[in-house]
Design a protein around this ligand. Structure first.
Ligand code: UDP
Length: 473
């Protein structure tokens, strides 16, 4: 029976549908549809490119007018230098720069304000550069023949780019060519405005510091291994090969605050084999100490990289902690993406004290290469110290709320927030009742403690204990 408005249409069988689709009329219809969507795509790209160029010209013209008195002074005082660079489609052009000496104080201030870069407004007006785009590389600097590096030639080079922003907040974990290729593929005018705003804010965080020396940095008495993300993953993989069991911890501003009051936790961190700097607070503290933290080595960004490395080496992992069903979901997440990484077991973190011996026994039966412990700080670090030997794992890592993210229970902050160094704001908005003290009060206290301690000129506690300055690397 047909309902009103339905007519007497009967559903088409799959065979009829195929026949209709591949009939001459159907094929023509498909071709027209495809050509139309390609045309729309081309038009939208053209509109976007025109909008980007219009934005560049208007903004560069305004800045040139505003900065013209400075320009005249700079031209008279230092002249200009022309640096050959590779532009769009591989065309070589000369980028304009003010050669300001770093030797004098005004020179250092102008360099810190990135003033020499503003000379490139001329290149932007000429259409050789853009505000946002991959860094202008020198001829021969990059192999531009193929792959990700070649894609940067599709757009004009820029004054700032996503990689630059990420390096400032210490989250440039992927190579420059990968990040640039991602930009070339996905850029929009709205995205460019976002990058511009983020670059202005992230300029306050100081230089990206992957080139800073390795070695241990003491922050509020905690010995931090100054490693990059890649190095930290390598160190952990290496430690699964050696006989001695290892403990790995991530330390952020909140952990530093807890350790300030909790001596047991402090001792645990000082004795830990690898301690990694997590979050923007650590970067700022390192910067004030003039011992730059090289990268924000947080557990959440490390987890997929560690899984990848462990999968390649055929290692095993045990997941412990989180609410019931959380580690199960993470095990499924891992199985889908890293099928050759064996999750040898998992257990949620809400078991009773009576069940603890059985949990430890289960971990010991697996003898995992890596034991992930997600109880939150300081409980997880103290638990690892107490039970690692009985667990039989080669490496145990305290990861806090990491499993909540990969199980999908708690969404992670969008990339733009991470690029601003404000992931903590997102976490705070998710659970304000629980986290207001940790973030709003805790971050301020951390910075105050740090400034007072640094200003007092007294030695840090761990220095007094004579922490080993040898990095885990
Ligand atoms: N948790 C647990 N058992 C408990 C208490 C907490 O497994 O008895 C887990 C909790 O589910 C969460 C993690 O420990 O996944 C702590 O997360 P939090 O965000 O507090 O840690 P952070 O990353 O901030 O150190």
């Amino acid at each position: 029976m047909n309902f009103p408005g339905q007519g007497d249409k009967t559903p088409m069988s799959p065979l009829d549908r195929m026949e209709k689709r591949f009939s001459p009329a159907g094929m023509t219809r498909n071709r027209v549809r495809k050509a139309f969507s390609s045309l729309m795509w081309l038009i939208s790209i053209r509109i976007d490119m025109a909008a980007k160029r219009t934005f560049d010209v208007i903004f560069a013209a305004i800045l040139t007018v505003l900065l013209s008195p400075f320009w005249i002074v700079m031209l008279l005082c230092c002249g200009i230098e022309r640096i050959p660079c590779i532009g769009k489609n591989g065309k070589v052009f000369e980028a304009i720069n003010f050669p300001i000496s770093q030797k004098t104080l005004p020179g250092r201030i102008l360099n810190a304000l990135k003033f020499p870069r503003f000379a490139a407004l001329w290149n932007i007006l000429k259409g050789e550069m853009s505000f946002i785009g991959p860094r202008a590389s020198a001829p021969g600097e990059l192999d531009l023949r193929e792959g990700d590096s070649r894609r940067r030639l599709n757009v004009r080079p820029g004054l700032v780019c996503t990689f630059w922003v990420r390096r400032r907040v210490n989250i440039a974990f992927d190579s420059e060519s990968v990040v640039d290729a991602e930009y070339v593929e996905t850029h929009t005018i709205r995205g460019d405005v976002g990058i511009l705003v983020r670059s202005i804010i992230s300029a306050m965080y100081g230089n990206g510091s992957t080139a800073a020396p390795t070695g241990r940095v003491s922050i509020l008495g905690i010995p931090i291994d100054n490693l990059t993300m890649d190095e930290a993953v390598k160190v952990i993989l290496h430690r699964t090969e050696v006989k001695k069991q290892s403990r790995v911890s991530f330390v952020n501003a909140d952990c530093a605050n807890i350790s300030w009051k909790n001596q047991e936790y402090m001792r645990t961190l000082v004795e830990c084999d690898v301690v990694l700097a997590d979050g923007i607070g650590m970067k700022l503290a390192g910067r004030m100490l003039k011992q730059n933290i090289r990268e924000n080595v947080n557990g959440t960004d490390m987890f997929p990289r560690l899984c990848k490395g462990m999968e390649a080496e055929g290692k095993t992992m045990f997941l412990l902690g989180g609410r019931p069903e959380v580690p199960d979901a993470v095990a499924a997440w891992v199985a889908e993406r890293y099928p050759n990484l064996k999750i040898c077991g998992f257990q949620h973190g809400y078991y009773s004290a009576d069940e603890e011996a059985a949990v430890i026994e289960r971990i010991n039966e697996c003898q995992p290469d890596v034991l992930i412990v997600a109880f939150g700080a300081p409980r997880q670090e103290i638990w690892i110290k107490k039970h690692l030997e009985e667990c039989g794992a080669k490496v145990a890592i305290g990861v806090g709320g990491l499993l909540d993210f990969y199980s999908g229970r708690i969404p992670r902050a969008p990339l733009w927030m991470r690029e601003l160094g404000i992931e903590w704001v997102y976490r705070f908005i998710q659970e304000p009742g629980r986290l207001w003290k940790r973030y709003l009060v805790g971050n301020t206290i951390f910075m105050m403690r740090f400034l007072v301690k640094r200003g007092s000129g007294r030695k840090y506690r761990a220095d007094v204990k004579g922490i080993n300055n040898k990095c885990a690397l």
